[in-house]
Design a binder for this molecule. Structure first.
Ligand code: TXA
Ligand code: MG
Length: 329
C-alpha cells in the first residue's frame, strides 16, 4: 500500500468508499469522531492492529477501543452484556461513551492487550458511522496522535503528528466535543468510571446508580505508566484557584491557558489562550487540545493553566490537564 498521509474531504461519498477499502485491505485511516480524531484499522486483522501500535509508538500494554456502527456488531466482540450495559447503550449510544465488555476469543489479543475485556464504543459522528458501515468490520481506533501527546481535534493535527504513517486522513472539520469518550465498566461488582470524558459521571449515575471513580491509571497491567498523557512538550503547571498570576522567574517566557477572559491586567504571559470567554465548559472542552497545541508550538519555557470546577465536564478537563502537568519520570 502506498503510504501517503493524504488528507481528503470526508463529505464526498467516494472518500468514504476509498477509506473503507483501505481499512478492509489492512491499512490505516484517520477519521473524525464527535470527540477526537481516531486512527482506525480493521479490529479483526492483527497485522493492521500491529501497524496502529507502530504508527503511534504505542506500548502494546495499552489496549484500543473498538468502534461499531450498530448493536448487531456487538455479537462478534463481546459474549455477555449486562442489564446496566444495555441501559447505558440505550441512553448514550451512539455517542461518547465507551463500555468495557467481556471479550470474545476471536478478537485479537493485541487489541485488548491480553485483557479479558474489550472497550467498545458507537460514535455518533456521521463520517465515523459511514466509514464503519462501509468497511463492514469493527474498527479499532485509538486517538490519532503519537503516544502520550495531546489528542487531535482536526485533520491537520493528525497530519502534523503522524504524517505518512497513516494511509489516509478523512477531513471532517473540527471535532465538536474535543475531549475523548468517557470509559465506564459494569464488569466488576460496582459501576466504575475509568476515564472521565464527554458524558459526565453525574449522567452515568442517573442510569446505573452510584459510580466509583477508578484510580487515575487505566491499565491494570502497568499501573503508573500512563500518569503522564495528553502532554505538551512544554512543561505545564496548573495554577491554584486563587493564583491569578504565579510567581514566575524573571527570564521565563510563558503562555497561559485561561478558562475565561483573564480579569487581571499587567500579566507577563507572552501568549494567552482563552477556552471560553463566557465560561461555558462545553466550549472549553471543545477548544482545549487545539489551544494546548498552539501554546506548545511557540517554544515557551513553561505553560500555566487555570483550573476549572471539577463538576460535570470539568472533571474530564481537569483530568486531561493533570495528566499533562505530570512530570516526566
Ligand atoms: O473518544 C475516544 O474514545 C477516542 C475516539 C477516537 O473514539 N479514542 C480514544 O482512544 O481516546 P485511546 O486509545 O486514545 O484511549 C483509549 C483508552 C486507553 O487509555 C486504554 O488504556 C483504555 O481506553 N482501554 C481500552 N481497552 C481497555 C480495557 N479493556 N480495559 C481498560 N482500559 C481500556
Ligand atoms: Mg489517546
Amino acid at each position: 500500500m502506498i503510504r501517503t498521509g493524504r488528507i481528503i474531504p470526508a463529505a464526498r461519498k467516494e472518500s468514504i468508499m476509498l477509506a473503507a477499502e483501505v481499512i478492509r485491505k489492512g491499512g490505516l485511516v484517520a477519521f473524525p469522531t464527535e470527540t477526537v480524531y481516531g486512527l482506525g484499522c480493521n479490529a479483526l486483522n492483527p497485522e493492521a492492529v500491529a501497524r496502529v501500535f507502530e504508527a503511534k509508538q504505542r506500548p502494546s500494554f495499552d489496549p484500543l477501543i473498538v468502534h461499531i456502527a450498530d448493536e448487531a456488531a456487538l455479537d462478534g466482540l463481546a459474549h455477555t452484556i449486562s442489564l446496566n450495559d444495555r441501559l447505558l447503550m440505550e441512553r448514550f449510544w451512539p455517542g461518547p461513551l465507551t463500555l468495557l465488555l467481556p471479550k470474545r476469543a476471536q478478537v485479537p489479543d493485541l487489541v485488548t492487550a491480553g485483557l479479558p475485556t474489550i472497550a467498545v464504543r458507537m460514535p455518533s459522528h456521521p463520517v465515523a458511522q459511514g466509514l464503519i458501515r462501509e468497511a463492514a468490520v469493527p474498527v479499532a481506533a485509538p486517538s490519532a496522535n503519537p503516544f502520550g501527546y495531546v489528542s487531535p481535534t482536526c485533520a491537520q493535527h493528525v497530519a502534523d503528528g503522524l504524517g505518512e504513517r497513516v494511509d489516509l486522513i478523512l477531513d471532517g472539520g473540527p471535532c465538536q466535543l474535543g475531549v475523548e469518550s468517557s470509559i465506564a465498566s459494569m464488569v466488576g461488582s460496582r459501576p466504575e468510571l475509568l476515564r472521565p470524558g464527554s458524558i459526565t459521571l453525574e449522567e452515568i449515575s442517573k442510569v446505573v446508580g452510584p459510580v466509583v471513580r477508578a484510580p487515575k491509571n487505566l491499565t491494570m497491567v502497568a499501573p503508573g505508566r500512563l500518569a503522564r498523557h495528553y502532554a505538551t512538550h512544554t512543561p505545564l503547571t496548573i495554577l491554584t484557584e486563587q493564583e491569578a498570576q504565579p510567581i514566575m522567574p524573571l527570564a521565563e517566557r510563558a503562555g497561559l491557558l485561561a478558562m475565561t477572559e483573564p480579569r487581571h491586567s499587567g500579566h507577563r504571559y507572552c501568549s494567552i489562550e482563552v477556552l471560553s470567554p463566557s465560561g461555558d465548559l462545553r466550549e472549553a472542552a471543545q477548544h482545549l487540545f487545539a489551544a494546548l497545541r498552539r501554546l506548545d508550538a511557540q517554544g515557551f519555557d513553561r505553560l500555566y493553566a487555570e483550573p476549572c470546577d471539577e463538576r460535570g465536564l470539568g472533571m474530564a478537563i481537569m483530568d486531561r490537564l493533570r495528566r499533562c502537568a505530570e512530570p516526566l519520570t
